[in-house]
Each structure stands twice: as structure tokens, then as C-alpha cells.
Ligand binder design. Sequence first.
Ligand SMILES: Cc1cc2nc3c(=O)[nH]c(=O)nc-3n(C[C@H](O)[C@H](O)[C@H](O)COP(=O)(O)O)c2cc1C
Length: 269
Amino acid sequence: MKFKHFLEQRTSIREFHDKKVENEILIKLMDLAKEIEKKYGKDSIKFVLYENGTKIYEALKGLGGYSGVMIKSPHYIGIQTKNDDKQTLVRSGFSMESLITKASELKLSTCWISVEKVSTKNKQILGATEKNKINYITAIGYPQRKSKFEPMPTSSRLAIEDIAYMEKWGNKANIDELDNRGLTDILYHVRYAPSTHNDQPWRFIIDNNNIKLAIINPKELSNYVDGGIIAYYFEGLIYDLGITNSWKFNDKISIDTNEEYAIIGSFKI
Ligand SMILES: Cc1cc2nc3c(=O)[nH]c(=O)nc-3n(C[C@H](O)[C@H](O)[C@H](O)COP(=O)(O)O)c2cc1C
């Protein structure tokens, strides 16, 4: 499926059917996870499947998720990293969202769950240690069947003009300029990327054929994960146009002196 169609219907599912996912589907998903680890993991990212979701749910109830609201699902997949520097957080977002699109192709529903504020001791059940960090897991399963008449929940998004700047920070782009560069449709769809608390911390700075990806509130570490997620979709939307470029992520992410934003990478179009 083209990325733009996927993004149009992508949504987080928080109520799962008790039914377990068939073994062969879980095996297929974890095979795809291995490919993603190899492609983007740089030896520091590993996916971990928790087949026994009940055990994980019971252990993390009141601790994991927004304000301890843990999501109950038959299985979870965690992203394990050797460190939690900003570059690894960006790659974690990119990699986990890549796996989420594969899960969707296998007809599975998902929801990211934040466990970064849970102490290492309290998340030992996930295999988290000081060396093997697990800050995010994803609930995986089949969604609870909803009534035909119940509308799909949707979360609002910022306007295109609010996330795109021309040449420099703060210089808002207008639709005509974006149209001239063929970017309107891409920016329209990429806004549907998920983000922590739906904060949408990403901004694009368009400088001729170079696009820089920035995040606001650079002290908030989850924003780097959100940055990795939107980078994944931006690259996918461009790929659907037949252009196979990829992001060059910054090896060193420095916070601008006013600490308003940080540039995490750039993309040539
Ligand atoms: C890194 C990350 C962490 C998230 N953590 C949680 C969480 O702990 N609990 C939860 O219910 N949703 C979580 N979400 C889901 C977001 O709230 C959701 O993606 C956002 O509100 C947009 O809604 P949508 O995905 O349905 O479009 C998380 C999303 C991301 C990207």
C-alpha cells in the first residue's frame, strides 16, 4: 500500500480482542523485525516479542502508558537499545514505526506505549537492564470489533503551514511556495504520523532542495522518537514518488542556543 493511503487510515488502537495472533503471523512479523534491525539498527537496536501479553499487562498496570494507563493486548513488542542518546532515539522511532507498517500489512493493529518513565526495576519483566534499555513497547493484536455506526476516532493535526518554514526557522511557508516545490501533498499526509500525546513536535525547514527536520522542545527526549517516526513517513512518501533518497541524520544533535529547537537530519529532494 502506498504510504499516503496508509497514513490516511493509520490510527492507534487501544482496545484489543483477547484472541491471540496466530503463531505463523508472529514469526513473519519478527522476521521482518530482524530485517529492520539490520537495516537501521546499527547494532544497537533490537526488537523483543512478548508473547504472553497478560503477564506484561499485569506487571505494568498502573506504571506503563500515559499516567500509568497501560493498554491491554495479547502481545507486545519492545524496542531494546544499548543507549538512549538522541540519535538512537531518532532511529528507535524510525525503526518501530517501520515495523508498525509491516504489522498493519499483516492485518494487525497497534498502539505505541511509553515506558520510559518506569524504573528499570519495575520493567525487569521486559528484560530491561541498565545496559539494555526499553523505553517503548507496542501493543499488538486484533482490534475489538466496533459497531458499524461508531465513527473511527481521529486525532487532530496541525496545519501544513504550521509545520513548514522557508529557509529559516520561524519563517512560515505558504501553500503557493510549497505547491511550487511539489511538497504540499507530502506535507499534508506526513502530518498524520503519530507522536507522543499527539504533540506533533516536528517542523520542516525548506531550503531550496535541502529539507531539514527539526523538533521543538529539544530537552524533551520523546520528541526525538517522534522525529524518527515522521522521518520514516517523509522518506516513504518521497519513495512512493519514485525517489529513493534517504535522511542523513545528524551524528551530533546540538540544541540551538535559544533551545527552541534541534535539527535532527536533512533530506535532499
Ligand atoms: C512514541 C509514542 C509514544 C506513545 N505512547 C502512548 C502511550 O503510552 N499510551 C497511549 O495511549 N498512546 C501512546 N501513543 C499514541 C499517541 O497518543 C497517538 O499516536 C497520538 O495521539 C495520535 O493518535 P493516532 O495514532 O490515533 O493518530 C504514543 C505514540 C508515540 C508515537
